[in-house]
Design a protein around this ligand. Structure first.
Ligand code: RIB
Length: 318
């Protein structure tokens, strides 16, 4: 069964980026100069977004983040954003060799985005940095990972999570091929459509809901105990030891999809750490992600617990 130690901590290992966000009518083609508006700097980074989501959505589970930032003004801003959300930032260390990570993001009028990251200090997060935090994985309910830090560091974290008994959740984003020995260390992997196609060795493209069971089975054969396919406006599909479920997406007015997947993962970790059954956890994660899409920016868009619950109360039960 996929479950987490109740009341344990949620520990997120991953990236912190300062996002430079510009809204555009449509995403520019190669070589094109586009005119944008509403430039903003907004705290982001897949790891930090997941930590922020878990902290805003948790009732009582403590949330902590492991990561690296430079010695610059962005680092202070990113730490402050997480601390304000309730994340323990004492495991985010400074790095002298590289600046804080940044992301350049264009968001079009349909809410779709294009992102380029310059990882900076995120690339300096080493397996040894996680070794020194070994104890944190022992008391954790869930350990969350993504792929904006070096793969050997993610693998080291997954090993610590397994040894410590924490439920590991890997968001395989940004998409990259993953070796079987890394996937075998994962309890729950949560690819979007592009990432799922890459991991399953098929052409990137949309996944029809009818294809989800076959694709999830193919991914589980590569090692993880369970899979959640994040299917955008088609919702999500879970396949694990206790069964298979499709949770439809909530319809909202999309402003910006940035960090919707991160919000989903943070929310899913919270719900599983609270011991909620998988279908309920998926519904909660879909609700939090849907709310995040209605607002601009990464951490700026992540809802609080009360907001997610109120949104759910307004939805017809299905
Ligand atoms: O998933 C969204 C995030 O991807 C952004 O906040 C950006 O920093 C990139 O890491």
């Amino acid at each position: 069964k996929i479950g987490a130690m109740p009341d344990g901590a949620i520990i997120v290992t991953g990236s912190l980026n300062m996002d430079f966000v510009v809204q555009v009518e449509r995403l520019p083609a190669p070589g094109e100069t586009a005119r944008g508006s509403n430039f903003q700097t907004i705290p982001g980074g897949k790891g930090a977004n997941q930590a922020c989501a878990a902290a805003r959505l948790a009732r009582s589970n403590p949330v902590s983040m492991i990561g690296r930032v430079g010695y610059d003004a962005f680092a202070d801003h990113l730490r402050a954003s997480l601390a304000a959300a309730g994340v323990d930032t004492s495991r985010i260390h400074g790095c002298r060799r590289a600046p804080t990570g940044v992301a350049l993001i264009w968001v079009d009028r349909t809410g779709q985005n294009s992102i380029v990251i310059a990882p900076g200090a995120n690339d300096e997060l080493a397996p040894a940095d996680l070794e020194t935090e070994r104890q944190a994985f022992v008391s954790a309910a869930c350990a969350l990972f993504q792929l904006e830090t070096p793969l050997e560091t993610v693998a080291a974290g997954l090993r610590l999570a397994r040894a410590g008994g924490a439920l590991s959740i890997l968001d395989p984003a940004p998409a990259r091929p993953l070796p079987g020995d890394v996937l075998a260390l994962v309890d729950l992997v949560t690819p979007n459509e592009t990432e799922a196609c890459l991991l399953a060795g098929r052409e990137p493209g949309r996944i029809r809901a009818a294809e989800a069971p076959g694709l999830a089975a193919a991914l589980r054969q590569r090692g993880p105990r369970a899979v959640v396919l994040k299917l955008g406006d088609q919702g999500c599909y879970y396949s694990g030891p206790e069964g298979e479920w499709h949770a439809p997406a909530f319809q909202v007015q999309a402003i910006d999809a940035t960090a919707a997947g991160d919000t989903f993962n943070g929310a899913l970790a919270v719900a599983l750490a609270e011991g909620r059954p998988v279908p309920e956890a998926l519904r909660f994660a879909n609700a939090a992600a849907a709310l995040s899409v209605t607002r601009l920016g990464a951490q700026a868009s992540i809802p609080a617990r009360e907001e997610a619950e109120q949104f759910l109360r307004q939805q017809p039960q299905c």
